[in-house]
Design a protein around this ligand. Structure first.
Ligand code: ADP
Length: 190
């Protein structure tokens, strides 16, 4: 799942995982779990996250593979929040990393920037995340544009990018994504 912070990719990823029996992996959630547990990885990640910066690429990809290696019987994964840089995408393809995680389709949720800011400020009131202050939100959006948005072109070149309008209702967006997935992988309709 590709999309700006606040684009709704977490919500959609969870629903997709449930419907198709995939494992939902959110690197944001994994970092927050490590922070709550006070692990060394959590301590390192917190210093980046609280400033709206991305965590280092190797730290993130190693955490992902570590999570996968401790899970059994995975039939497929919905990656939510990773890759967030082209270096991470290269690492998932085995360049700059000894393990691979092939990506078969990339769902890109398109939401305009005014709506993104509105949604994030609303979520900030509800969830009180330490990285949801107005300044940090602006930083995260800027980082998304500079570091993550180039992945659209990266995956378009590989022929796996699928654009979804993320401005409708959650149910309509979910239906659109399911339709696109089933069109690409008919076996999912069974
Ligand atoms: P958002 O709601 O902004 O999409 P997440 O909950 O997915 O945020 O992630 C929260 C923070 O965790 C990010 O702002 C970033 O600091 C860190 N993070 C999550 N995934 C990655 C990643 N793939 N690479 C680097 N940092 C990450």
């Amino acid at each position: 799942m590709l999309g700006a912070p606040g684009s709704g990719k977490g919500t959609q990823a969870k629903r997709l995982a449930e419907k198709f029996n995939f494992t939902h992996i959110s690197t944001g959630d994994l970092f927050r779990q490590n922070i709550s547990a006070g692990t060394p990885l959590g301590v390192e990640a917190k210093s980046y996250i609280d400033h709206g910066q991305l965590c280092p690429d190797s730290l993130t990809i190693n955490m992902l593979h570590d999570f996968l290696s401790r899970k059994e019987g995975i039939v497929g994964c919905i990656l939510d929040g990773v890759p967030r840089t082209t270096v991470q995408a290269d690492m998932l393809e085995g360049r700059g990393h000894d393990k691979q995680l092939p990506i078969s389709v990339v769902i890109n949720l398109n939401v305009d920037s005014d709506e993104i800011s509105r949604r994030m400020l609303k979520r900030a009131e509800i969830e009180k995340r330490s990285d949801d202050t107005p300044e940090v939100i602006q930083q995260r959006i800027a980082n998304y544009l500079a570091q993550t948005k180039p992945l659209e072109e990266y995956y378009a070149q590989r022929g796996v990018l699928c654009h979804i309008n993320g401005m409708g209702s959650m149910d309509d967006i979910f239906d659109d994504i399911c339709r696109e997935l089933v069109a690409r992988f008919p076996e999912l309709a069974l």
